[in-house]
Design a protein around this ligand. Structure first.
Ligand code: CA
Length: 437
């Protein structure tokens, strides 16, 4: 298990001066990894520090960083994705973090040539285009918020059948699509789907009219387990490289018609947005909190010997095309009934191989009050109670709406996730497929 070390020292300061501002998402204690390009050039790997990105592709090429092995022969930052780095031994993740922190420390005593190289490697974040930071090998979406599961179950099946009997025993999930996992800033096209409302005699093809977001935390798997070999919760915790904000865009009218008996399909696979910076499990270590008390005991393979959740403040904002931004939900990931480590351990129990680059969605993060729900389905109670935003009332998303997720941990300094944003584009022509516009 990773421990707290000098990289978590709240008193530490960086020579990148705006990284030391109290509300900065990316101080020297954070050091999240991402993939970026400048002026249409090749995609590079970097670490966010204040308003800058430290170009790790350059530092590795110049031999200043040797994350792959001690003599610098194995290169892991040269392919534009984090997967080669995430596939390394976990001790190398921690060693690399310590090395980067030492290079960015305000008190670092560095030879002038090294200092000049670091200055050259610090590029403005505002000038960079961000890319999907990892190749998404697979995407599994879970359902770990008791409040969300209860709210959705009540709307879809009635209060008496809201929480299915397995829910308090199994981290419920389904295999989603990795191919449509996209980086923040990528537009999302409203999906066409087969719809059948309560008054419809037969289903029809039309654009979704109940397009929604889902506020989630995404766990990015670094370490792998061989097929046939389950992992413990403790090992699963260590296998997770880091976390991103995740918006699991959802079409509720498609979902309600298609989801029985095999679960969501078309309603969830048209786009999933993730934030561009992967906040490492190392950086989150000071913010670990226990999962909530168990209502019924879990089977021993799911029990946690150390806190597996994180105290991450989360919020959702909505910006219509012709309006300003309105924060419509504030919540916290600490309330999730199952941690990502429990979900990963359960995922591997049958012998399923988890691989570098696998992405696990936490499930929508909803808290008990209505204004802490992580979806419009819940915030508007399936459209019954519109909410007011700057620029109009909303039940579900309109074309041109932008949804922005934010998240951060705070304890004297912030470990921030930046933003995860996406804008809704109009649906493709339904008439071309024999449907209704
Ligand atoms: Ca989801």
């Amino acid at each position: 298990m990773p421990a707290l070390d000098a990289t978590h020292d709240p008193a530490r300061r960086s020579h990148v001066e705006d990284a030391n501002l109290p509300d900065c998402d990316f101080p020297i204690q954070n050091l999240p990894y991402g993939a970026f390009s400048l002026d249409g050039g090749a995609v590079r790997v970097g670490v966010a520090i204040g308003s800058r990105i430290l170009d790790l592709t350059l530092l590795e090429a110049e031999g200043l960083l040797r994350p792959g092995d001690n003599d610098g022969a194995v290169k892991v930052f040269q392919s534009g994705v984090l997967n080669p780095f995430m596939a390394l031994e976990q001790s190398r993740w921690t060693d690399t973090r310590r090395r980067i922190a030492d290079l960015l420390d305000a008190g670092a005593d560095l030879p002038s040539a090294v200092r000049a190289l670091i200055d050259r490697a610090l590029v403005p974040r505002a000038a960079a285009r961000m890319h999907l930071p990892f190749y998404a090998r697979g995407f599994t979406d879970f359902y770990a918020s008791r409040e969300h599961a209860t709210n959705v179950g009540t709307m879809f099946r009635g209060a008496d059948n809201a929480l299915m009997p397995n829910w308090l025993h199994i981290p419920v999930g389904y295999n989603a699509r990795a191919s449509t996992v996209v980086v923040s800033g990528t537009d999302i096209r409203r999906p066409l789907g087969q719809l059948r409302g309560p008054e419809d005699a037969a289903p029809r093809l039309a654009p979704s009219r109940k397009l929604d977001f889902e506020l989630e935390l995404g766990a990015v798997v670094g370490g792998a387990n061989p097929m046939g070999q389950p992992v413990t919760v403790a090992a699963a915790y260590d296998m997770i490289f880091g976390y991103v904000l995740l918006n699991d865009w959802s079409a509720r009218d498609i979902q309600v018609w298609e989801y029985q008996p095999l679960g969501p399909f078309q309603a969830k696979v048209f786009g999933t947005s993730v934030s561009p910076w992967v906040v490492t499990r190392d950086a989150l270590e000071p913010f670990r909190v226990a999962t909530p008390p168990r209502e019924t005991p879990l089977l021993p393979y799911l029990s946690e010997t150390a806190p597996g959740n994180f105290d991450i403040h989360l919020e959702v904002a909505l910006s219509p095309r012709d309006g300003g931004e309105t924060v419509i939900s504030r919540t916290n990931s600490r309330f999730m009934y199952y941690s990502a480590a429990q979900q990963l351990a359960h995922h591997s129990l049958c012998g399923c191989a988890m691989e570098t680059g696998d992405l696990l969605g936490s499930g929508t993060v909803s808290g008990p009050p209505r204004d802490s729900c992580g979806s419009l389905l819940e915030l508007t109670w399936n459209g019954r109670d519109p909410i007011e935003v700057d620029g109009g009332a909303r039940t579900f998303l309109e074309d041109g709406d932008t949804v922005v997720l934010r998240g951060y941990c705070a304890d004297g300094y912030r470990v921030g996730f930046g933003v995860c944003a996406g804008t809704i584009l109009p649906a493709p022509s339904a008439a071309e497929f024999g449907g209704e516009e």
